[in-house]
Design a protein around this ligand. Sequence first.
Ligand code: PEP
Ligand code: MN
Length: 383
Amino acid sequence: MIIQMHAGIRKEDPRVTEAMNKARAYGLKPKVSMVEGSHYEVVEIYLKDGSMQTSALSDHLFSALPGVETIRRVVPPKVTLFKNGDRDGKHFALGSTTIGAKLPCRLVAGPCTVDTNITEIAQKLKHLGITMIRGGCWKPRSRPYSMPGYGENAVRWLLEAARNAGMEAVFTEVMESEQIATVRRIQRETGYQGTIVLWVGARTENSLLLAALGKQYDFPVMLKNGLCAKGVGNLFERAEWVLAGPMRWNRDGSLDANASMEAGNDKVILCLRGTEKTDPQSAYRFHPNHDWAETLRANSWAPIAIDPSHSAGTMKDDLVLKNLRAALQHDIDLIMLEGGYPASGFGTNGFRGLCDNEQSVPFERFPEVLAMIDEHNRTFNKK
Ligand code: PEP
Ligand code: MN
């Protein structure tokens, strides 16, 4: 990897020292070199492999440093989430909100599955100061007789609702690569200007989808852990596909190195949503795995989310809120919560959603949710 500094920056510049120090902190061996033209000189820093391989590092570690013009790779990337030594996390914007380590934890809330009430839900959430909305348009189901979401129509309802309410970001699930193009088309048609985060759910094992998301640089990707995951390795494996970038192959089966230099999408969020439970008597729907947040923070640079809705599975005895409180004992960057319907439901039939109603947090309980997140941010000094 070669870091090229802005023209005019000299070897002795503190910005060069900063980049060199950072490279050393990551276990690389940096070497400064001057490229001299007749009217300019440019400092280039060559990052050679040390205890860490340069190809494993994400561009963002260096591209965001002051004075850096470009990053050039000379071998194809094999980027991992592993952060080796240095404690920096990646920050990125969701609309005008930036998320990542040491920044305030944020909330994304909304229904499990998008229905026509999404407009009103978005307005209500926005009134409480919630600026990020979630909603499933394509739902992975275990049986063909269950409602699979309204697909393309739901994407339109969701993006229109988000646009009209002034939501900064929208989170929705994709199960197949073709759905990415559908979201992109409806983004264009609705003129939604915020950030769209595409998430990959616990039940989706689709490496082609993950690889396709690795090329959608304007869509951050949220990866939920698989149902049978045994540890954070599951998220590291899922992330690798997104981080890898386009790979091109020669006829003899070898990698075409020159055509495969581009890194993938490093706007990755890791979401803990619980794992298959081993105790059938447990009141929880899945086994909460909030404690993985500690391992993730220590070993990875990606922002960490927790979804306390799916592991709790019910609002009986306020279980989702208890589970949220437990999740907030860990240093995390994002909470994704299902809910937003009024406690009495919509319309004369008291409609409270198409799926996962039991775990849906009524709109009236959201001030409590926000207070808990505020308290977390104060406790972790994130304000
Ligand atoms: C969801 O968030 O609505 C969802 C389906 O999640 P998971 O994949 O974690 O079950
Ligand atoms: Mn759900």
